[in-house]
Structures are given as C-alpha cells and as structure tokens.
Design a protein around this ligand. Structure first.
Ligand SMILES: [Zn+2]
Length: 467
C-alpha cells in the first residue's frame, strides 16, 4: 500500500514536472496565467503602510497550500512580516529573496482607474504597488512555488521574506525588527530585492542595472542664533541673514568627487553604450585632468548621476519667524545629506563647518534612519550569476552595477555583512518619467512582468541550486 502510494505520488510528481518543465526548465508560457493572477491579486490588496498583514495572509495561504511552511513575525499585528525557507544541503550559506509588502498612499482623484484594481489596459497593469514592490514580491513567490513543485535540489537554503514598513516605518516594524529580533531567520550570504532595474529602448531591453550600493542619509539641521528684536531696527546678527548665507554656501558647495568600484564601472559602461556627446562627458569624468568640467556638465544635465559622484548636500526645509515686525532669535534649515558609502561623516561635518565659517550657525545632527552600509561586491558568485542570467534573458543588453542615491532596506542587510543586490522589471524611459514608483499613477507593462519573474527564477536556481 505504502509502496503503491509512493509510486502514485511519483507519477503525479512526474506529470507536474513534465507539465512545467523540460529538462528542469519551467514552461513559462504555461505559467503565465498563474504569475499574472498572483501579481494582480497582490496589487489588488491595499497594503498602504499599516496594512501589510493583508499581503502576509495571502502569501501564507498560497505558500502553505503548496506545502511550504511559513512563519510570521509581527511587532504590530497589522504589519506582520512573513518568512518561508526551503532547505538546501547546507554546503553553502543561504540566499535571501525579499520584497516589501507595503505601498505608499494614493490620491484617488489622480488615477484614471481604481488604484487597487490591478486594471489591465493598453498592455499595462495599473495600480499602486504595480512597480514598487509587487513585481519583486510576485517573482519571489513564484520562485518558491516552482522550487518546491519541481523538487529542485539546493546547495543553500532559499529564504523568502515579505517585509512590512519599507516605505514608512516609524515604529521599526519591518527590516529593523527582523534584523534586531529575528536575524537568524533571515541571515544569508546573499540577498536580492528591489533596487535595480532594466531599460527598454526601441522595444528591447538595452541595459540591466544591478544595485550594489546606496548612499547613506546623514541629515543635519543648521541653527542660526541672533538677537531678537523689533523689525524696525536692523541688526547685523539677524539669525535669518546668517542662516541664509550658510544655506547658500552649503547648497553650492562642490564636495569632493570620489568614485567607488560600482560608480567607476557604471560610468565606464555608460560611456561605452551612450551616444557620442554623452559618452565623452562620462569618459571625461574618469580622467582627473578633465573631471572638473565634466562634473559641471553633469550637474546641469543629469543631477542624479552628479549625486553618484559625491556626498550631496541639499537644503530641504527652512523655518524662521513669527511675524513681519519680529526679528526671531533663531532660524533653522534642514539639509538632506546623502553620504557616499565610505564617507567619514565626522570629518565631513567638520569640513562643512569650515565651509559655513560662521560661529553663529551650529550644525546639529538629526537621528540616522539607516546604518552605514558597505557596497556589495561586483565579483561574487551571485553578481556573476545575475550578469549571466541578464545576458541570456535580455540578449545584447549591457549589465551595469549601480549605486542608488536614495536609501533602502538593503542598508540594514549590507550592514550585517550580507552581499545584497538590487533588481527590478524593465521600463521605458518615458514610463520611468511619467509613471515612476511613488508617482501619482503607477503601472507596469505586462510584457515586462514575465521576463522579470524568469530572471529571478534563473538567478535563484543558478545561485542556490545543487551543482
Ligand atoms: Zn520599494
């Protein structure tokens, strides 16, 4: 009886294998409806910050329905995190695939369709989270399901993490909670999550970016002090004047340009694939004798890339004054400082004080929201696998490592020594501009979803599969 059952099970398993794979490969055409269904279901869940458990319930049901055990970890029951682990033979350390479940809020009047409808129109799936971050969540889910269904033998554990609170986490419910209280559940050699992407030009993917580093928010407040008094009496120690001068100086300050492995490779590769004029600008950056002029051009034409060159200082908030006839004794400005991963922050603030050169203006540090995180390496088994898979799935595309000028949950992972890499589905330039993550309206081309899911799958199998 038992033997018969085993045999019967083997036949069923074989049928599943044949249906979904040939030679260990997934039949992607067959899997498409299921990919789309999970993706749309996840977009349809309104998981704006504070409601992440909705996604956890969905994922738990799907994973456990296929015999993959899950664990939930919640500091706040409405904002749970979910972990699932497929065991490998332990010969290599785990691979963590993670995605955040929360989405930013919506202004419904800006949407041409229901923001939580996952409406399919013009070849796109429309909805909040359709880019950020439900494609990654879906791809990770599919990877787990297929590893289990196909019975893929693993050299390393594959850990799936659906985390809350990436967009807004004042309570520390997401990555901070997992790293602090449950790190053993997610500790890994490599991680893969949002933070990269791919560009479509002329109907094909021309470049794939792998996020390997990010800048560190290191914000400060400038506080100017002066003598309070009547608005009819001019005073040289007016706090507003001191603050205004300081803000102007730091806002124009050309901080030191410094390339790291990621940004050097980024500009080299961009020089190789860009049209002549742009290419010469990138090349000039790499040559110390021409870098100064090239930076000026970049500052005007491409502020995002300019920010990759240096620790940036951007004034974002001014506060001063209570009445038109009152000189306030204090005026303050907030500076959003984004430090290069290797920046010496103390030395940087000391240098900034010299640039301001005004004893009436004090620099006050604001609480740091992220830990300093070293860049992940370009030569690892994981990075090379991602490069190879990108080359196969998107033939002719250039793979480029990138450093984000923003901050992400990868910082907490990199700070713990995990080599973490950013991925993302492909978009056209116009979609990146008109329908960005966090934009008024978010959408993803359906045709970008499937290759992205395959990308994740292929990387997971290459990095974690038994060799
Ligand atoms: Zn995100």
């Amino acid at each position: 009886m038992k033997r018969f059952l085993v045999a019967a099970f083997a036949v069923v398993a074989l049928a599943v294998l044949q249906a979904q794979s040939s030679g260990g490969r997934v039949d992607w055409d067959k899997l498409r409806p299921e990919v789309l269904q999970h993706y749309r279901s996840l977009v349809q869940l309104d998981t704006t910050s504070g409601h992440e458990t909705r996604a956890v319930e969905y994922l738990k049901k799907v994973l456990e329905g296929e015999g993959i055990p899950t664990q939930t970890f919640a500091l706040n029951p409405a904002r749970a995190n979910l972990v699932a682990r497929l065991k490998g033979n332990g010969s290599k350390r785990p691979l963590l695939i993670l995605a955040h479940t929360d989405v930013v809020g919506v202004s419904r009047e800006k949407w041409p369709v229901d923001p939580f409808g996952a409406v399919m129109k013009d070849g796109y799936v429309w909805g909040r989270g359709s880019k950020d971050d439900k494609p990654v969540l879906t791809a990770n889910l599919i990877a787990m399901l297929m590893l289990k269904r196909l019975g893929i033998q693993l050299d390393r554990d594959v850990i799936f993490l659906a985390e809350s609170g990436e967009e807004a986490d004042l309570e520390g419910v997401g990555i901070n909670y997992m790293v602090r209280e449950h790190f053993a559940e997610i500790d890994a050699e490599f991680a893969m999550t949002e933070g990269g992407g791919a560009r479509i030009d002329g109907g094909r993917v021309t470049r794939v970016s792998i996020g390997t580093a990010e800048k560190l928010p290191a914000r400060v407040r400038l506080v100017a002090h002066g003598t309070a008094g009547h608005g009819s009496v001019p005073r040289l120690d007016n706090a507003l004047m001191h603050l205004g001068a300081a803000v102007d100086k730091v806002g124009r300050w050309e901080t030191q340009m410094r390339l790291n492995d990621t940004t050097r490779a980024y500009f080299e590769k961009m020089a190789a694939i860009s049209p002549p004029e742009r290419a010469s600008m990138y090349k000039a950056l790499l040559d110390p004798t021409t870098a100064t002029d090239a930076q000026k051009l970049l500052r005007e034409r491409s502020p995002g890339e300019y920010s990759m060159l240096r620790t940036s200082v951007v004034p974002t908030i001014l506060k001063a004054g209570v009445g038109a006839n009152v000189i306030p004794s204090e005026a303050e400005a907030t500076l959003d400082i984004r430090a290069l991963p290797d920046e010496n922050i103390d030395a940087f603030y000391a240098e900034m004080a010299k640039v301001i050169a005004d004893p009436a203006v004090a620099i006050e540090r604001l609480p740091q929201t992220r830990p300093p995180s070293p860049a992940s390496k370009l030569g690892t088994e994981m990075y090379r696998a991602m490069e190879r898979v990108a080359g196969t799935l998107y033939p002719g595309a250039t793979v480029i490592p990138s450093m984000s000028t923003g901050a992400s949950d990868q910082a907490q992972l990199r700070a713990k020594g995990i080599q973490s890499y950013g991925i993302g589905p492909a978009s056209t330039e116009s979609d990146e501009i008109n329908y960005p993550a966090h934009g008024d309206v978010e959408r993803l081309a359906e045709s970008s979803l499937y290759p992205f899911v395959q990308y994740v799958w292929n990387v997971v199998v290459e990095v974690a599969g038994h060799k």
